[in-house]
Design a protein around this ligand. Structure first.
Ligand code: SAM
Length: 273
């Protein structure tokens, strides 16, 4: 049956066997269940099931759900595949599923950053192997000093090892997207469970061309920041992309100690400036 791809759901079906194989080959070898977001026509799903791993798949497109139910009738009966029809975001409370999982997916690009950020914070998610827009993958992989280095890179590098597995050209998909894609692997060692750290990073990178000190002083007392920068030997004119992940953790740790004893809760007066 010929299926017309729906742009609004970010449907670019991966048709390149070499890339599909590369994804399978790069999967961390664990016993965790696999979560696939957007199984689409089921090409990747088939290969995941062939790895003898159970799969939970979330698909928003009702037409595709009906098709997948037919195609994977046996695997669904055998409880090797659980197909959840609907928007994955609606199902994502604190955890997406109630057991440890590895996320493996060719993500819909319009919601890819949101999905990776949720997976980073979801303690049940142990590894992330996803296809997304190359430009977004580069933001997660960038190293300090590179101009793409952003809060996304600090967040990803704070939870584990981040690697760009490969770049994928538009011709590997049907229909072909307008931009290059890339497969990103994040092997988690920790969780991002401190909401204040995310808030801190958001402030740090709010205006990338301004200095880190200026950006942070919109949210935290300037005198305290100056003391912390001096103690850590950080130049006051450093830009956000020039500080390393470890420096961000050190600044945040010291802010935590200074403000409110143990909590780095921003003061309401400075927060609203
Ligand atoms: C880039 S396609 C990938 C399809 C397939 N996995 C492949 O590799 O060919 C993205 C898939 O995600 C589905 N999708 C889009 N938004 C979604 C959402 N919010 N929740 C669940 N699935 C979604 C689309 O319908 C589509 O099947």
């Amino acid at each position: 049956m010929k299926i017309a791809a729906k742009k609004k759901f970010g449907q670019n079906f991966l048709k390149d066997e070499v890339v599909l194989y590369k994804i399978i080959e790069s999967m961390p070898k664990t016993e965790n269940v696999i979560v696939e977001i957007g199984p689409g026509l089921g090409d990747l799903t088939k290969k995941l099931l062939a790895q003898q791993r159970d799969v939970i798949a979330f698909e928003i497109d009702e037409g595709l759900c009906r098709l997948l139910e037919k195609e994977f009738h046996e695997e669904i009966e055998a409880k090797r595949l659980r197909l959840v029809c609907g928007d994955v975001i609606d199902h994502w409370k604190q955890n997406l599923v109630d057991k440890d999982y590895d996320l493996v997916a060719n993500l819909p690009y319009y919601v890819a950053t949101n999905i990776v950020l949720r997976a980073l914070q979801d303690e049940r998610c142990k590894n992330i192997l996803v296809m997304l827009q190359k430009e977004v993958a580069d933001k997660f992989c960038a190293k300090e000093g590179e101009k793409e280095f952003s809060s996304l890179a600090v967040l990803a590098q704070s939870v584990g090892q981040v690697k760009r597995v490969c770049v994928v050209k538009p011709q590997s998909f049907s229909p072909a997207p307008k931009v290059d894609s890339a497969v990103l692997l994040i092997q988690k060692r920790a969780n991002l469970d401190d909401k204040h750290f995310m808030q801190f990073l958001k402030a740090a990178f709010a205006q990338p061309r301004k200095t880190l000190l200026k950006n942070l002083s919109r949210l935290y007392p300037k005198e305290q920041l100056e003391q912390i920068f001096a103690t850590l030997g950080i130049a006051s004119n450093i830009r956000p992309h020039e500080a390393s992940t470890s420096i961000y953790h050190q600044i945040f740790g010291m802010l935590k100690e200074k403000i409110d004893g143990a909590k780095a809760v921003p003061t309401t007066t400075t927060a609203t400036k």
